[in-house]
Design a protein around this ligand. Structure first.
Ligand SMILES: Nc1ncnc2[nH]cnc12
Ligand SMILES: [Zn+2]
Length: 344
């Protein structure tokens, strides 16, 4: 990678905003803004236990991952029709375009919806139609990754996979999310082995709140290609060496980590340490409607708080495409666009 010439603070902010970037860790249900939750609750006649958008927003004060997940699953309960899923994804894709996200790999949590009687087809068709429209109308390439909820059983994950397989051409991979502590990756060893046989891409949340051991087992037992979060890896020197040597991507989410109290302050975030140790770390928004910002908010606030440099920015943008599941030619073309932005 090229070494950049000196760049002014204003030019760095401009580059953070306008450089092409890929987003690899966004839960589409976490992009559901309070205004849309209220609109859908009225459209579908589903009551929610908040009197107003402001009251709902005031409830977004989290002490850890579980305190967030309780509200996140309640918010998702207003999603019923194919159009609801389309509208949610379209709203996110417009935000992505505004932030110069030119490629995004979007998580969805089907069990949150099928458990309420919504058909798998309804969920996937709505999200996939929005992804197709994003490509055609916004110039944003978008694909879907189906996540299994780790607080549920592996049997439930297998049933979800079966349910989704008729729609195999509408998603590119599987992930693992929800409550991490007490639900180690190895709980899902067999279903991930099956997904691997099916040729699906594999990712998993690990080391968000959970210990470095969960990152080792996501790699060695589940055989994932990327680690979602992974910020606890700095507690384990041998793991850091392996992640760097194998260029295993970490999809880091700084504002999420701040809001869920993984780090006391954004200034304490270890993104700089991960990058300086040679890891393929990336910046992502996780659940932007709940954590106070989309991609550019994550970049701008993190750089302002930690003093990361233009060289870090360039590395992060390149890493995001390197870590993506794009086909080689598309990946090369997008990396060229990053180089053009930074080396102009
Ligand atoms: N940050 C997160 N960690 C685990 N599961 C999630 N689901 C949505 N956001 C999540
Ligand atoms: Zn996540």
């Amino acid at each position: 990678m090229n070494t950049l010439p000196p760049i002014s603070a204003e030019r760095l902010v401009d580059l953070l905003r306008t450089a092409p970037k890929a987003e690899l860790h966004i839960h589409i249900e976490g992009s559901l803004e309070p205004e849309l939750i209220f609109a859908l609750s009225q459209r579908n006649g589903i009551a929610i236990p908040y009197a107003s958008v402001d009251e709902l927003r005031r409830a977004y004060a989290f002490s850890n991952l579980q305190s967030f997940l309780d509200i996140y699953y309640a918010g998702a309960s207003v999603l019923i029709t194919e159009q609801d899923f389309y509208d949610m994804a379209w709203a996110y894709l417009l935000k992505a375009q505004a932030d110069h996200v030119i490629h995004t790999e979007i998580f969805f949590d089907p069990q949150t919806h099928t458990a309420r009687g919504v058909a798998m087809k309804t969920v996937i068709d709505g999200l996939h139609r929005a992804c197709q429209d994003a490509h055609a109308k916004l110039g944003v390439s978008a694909s879907l990754i189906l996540c299994f909820l780790r607080h549920l059983s592996e049997e439930d994950a297998f049933a979800t996979l079966e349910d989704a397989l008729p729609h195999r051409d509408q998603f590119i991979g599987v992930g693992l999310d929800s409550s991490e502590l007490g639900h180690p990756p190895e709980k899902f060893a067999r279903v991930f082995a099956r997904c691997r046989e099916l040729g699906l891409h594999l990712v998993a949340h690990a080391g968000e709140e959970g210990p470095p051991e969960y990152i080792w087992s996501a790699l060695d037992v589940l055989k994932v290609e990327r680690i979602d979060h992974g910020v606890q890896s700095t507690r384990d020197a041998a793991l850091m060496k392996r992640l760097a040597a194998e260029r295993i991507p970490l999809t880091v989410c700084p504002l999420s980590n701040q809001k869920l109290c993984v780090f006391p302050n954004l200034a304490d975030h270890n993104l700089g340490r991960l990058l300086d140790a040679g890891l393929c770390a990336t910046v992502n928004s996780d659940d932007p409607a709940y954590f106070g910002g989309y991609m550019n908010d994550n970049f701008l606030q993190t750089f302002a708080a930690t003093g990361l440099t233009a060289q870090h920015a360039y590395t992060l943008m390149r890493n995001s495409f390197e870590a993506s599941f794009l086909a080689p030619a598309a990946k090369r073309a997008m990396l060229d666009r990053v180089d053009a932005a930074f080396l102009a």
